[in-house]
Ligand binder design. Structure first.
Ligand code: ACO
Length: 367
């Protein structure tokens, strides 16, 4: 009789995580895990994030799939936000038990086409409204209508906090949104492409991608990063706290990556943004100390596995420094990444090809 592998043996299966499998050809982004490089349609992430606004980065990324100049895109995103605000009563009527992320998915499910606005634009614009409105609903505050004249980043902060943000905060959020715009065939983007390949609607693909992003191994790490920083409390505690966590076989959130074997370039882009924002914030200094202690401890604990800082570590610290609640970290990630997901859906649908890989059967055979 054939031997049926147990779960531990299944984990060792080299096909389990599709490592190294090329599942798409894309003009959108490339990740070089050995060199620690991220290229968005021909430009390094360091030359975009903190250098061009989110809208310009989208226009750059979309040039082969949804060409739109930055001026038109800004106007259309504003229109999309205004249109999406009409769905806020639906979000208000939903059960209290829904998280911000789930309320955003609810709004997205109900989203209808906006005249003369491409679906991808309407999704990106709508998510920023659903995020802010859902947060205000869940914290018992009156929701605020969008201001279509503002940039996406500034309007998100205004719809969240009620006031036009200081430019340093809007710039920091803008830098974050560009940093996370697209990143090769990560789990959520792959999900979006699989759903898109069935010729399902773009919003269904984005809903599925959001589901993939919600897990702690993908987009759900920055909240726990901040929990870890809070639990450590002061630089002197970092080493022993981290040693004990690793002894309990816990993972340090914000470290390690499936592709990068060196530093995630997005971590440095965000760290730079943080330094520009505030040099003397004690939490920033604490985070830098924790990062050093974590990297040293991971080197000792896993000498054969290069585990470096990933994007989520400084995401948490940067978003916290501009006053964004930790419950909004994953929703914000989805809002920025949606522009990348939509581009991948269009690219996949243009091939006209259904994604349908094969599996290796390791179960018992009938007698
Ligand atoms: N802390 C401690 N140990 C770790 C960490 C970590 N952050 N990351 C990996 N390891 C260890 C694992 O325990 C495992 O050890 P073992 O072989 O002794 O069991 C080994 O390194 C390999 O781990 P895998 O899960 O097989 O490696 P993979 O490349 O699939 O992991 C992942 C990538 C999921 C991101 C992982 O590094 C992790 O869990 N990090 C923490 C969560 C996190 O920061 N997620 C955000 C990622 S960035 C993003 O998605 C936007």
């Amino acid at each position: 009789m054939t031997e049926v592998p147990n779960p531990a043996q299944m984990k060792q299966d080299p096909t389990a995580g599709l490592d190294g499998v090329v599942a798409a050809t894309t003009r959108l982004s490339a990740v070089d895990g050995q060199k620690g490089a991220l290229i968005l349609r021909g430009r390094k992430i360091e030359d975009l994030a903190g250098k061009v606004p989110f809208e310009q980065a989208i226009s750059h990324l979309w040039q082969d799939v949804e060409p739109v100049d930055v001026h038109t895109l800004k106007i259309s995103l504003g229109e999309a936000r205004i249109a999406a605000f009409s769905l806020v009563p639906l979000l208000e009527s939903a059960a209290d038990t829904l998280s911000v992320f789930e309320r955003m998915q609810l709004g997205l499910s109900a989203l209808q086409p906006v005249k003369d606005v491409p679906e991808a634009v309407s999704i990106v614009g709508a998510l920023s409204v659903f995020l802010a409105a859902s947060h205000r609903i869940s914290t018992g505050q009156r929701t605020l209508a969008p201001d279509s004249t503002l940039s996406t980043a500034a309007d998100i902060l205004r719809m969240l906090g009620g006031e036009t943000p200081v430019s340093a905060h809007a710039d920091a959020l803008d830098r974050y949104l560009v940093t996370i715009l697209d990143h090769g065939l990560n789990a959520s983007t792959f999900t979006a492409r699989v759903i898109g390949s069935t010729q399902a609607s773009m919003k269904q693909a984005v809903l599925g991608a959001m589901g993939a992003l919600s897990g702690p191994l993908h987009g759900g790490a920055p909240g726990p990063v901040l929990d870890m920083i809070d639990a450590i409390g002061e630089p002197g505690n970092a080493e022993s706290w981290i040693r004990q966590a690793l002894a309990r076989k816990e993972r340090l959130m914000g470290f390690g990556h499936r592709i990068y074997r060196t530093r995630d370039p997005r971590a440095d882009v965000l760290k730079d943004g943080l330094r520009k924002l505030s040099r003397d914030n004690p939490k920033v200094q604490l985070a830098e100390n924790i990062e050093m202690a974590a990297l040293a401890a991971l080197k000792t604990a896993k000498p054969d596995r290069p585990l470096e800082t990933n994007v989520e570590f400084y995401t948490a610290v940067l978003l916290d420094a501009i006053g964004i609640d930790r419950s909004l970290f994953t929703p914000l990630f989805a809002t920025g990444r949606a522009a990348g997901w939509c581009a991948h859906v269009i690219e996949q649908q243009d091939t006209g090809k259904l994604i349908r890989p094969a599996s290796h059967y390791a179960g018992p055979m009938p007698d």
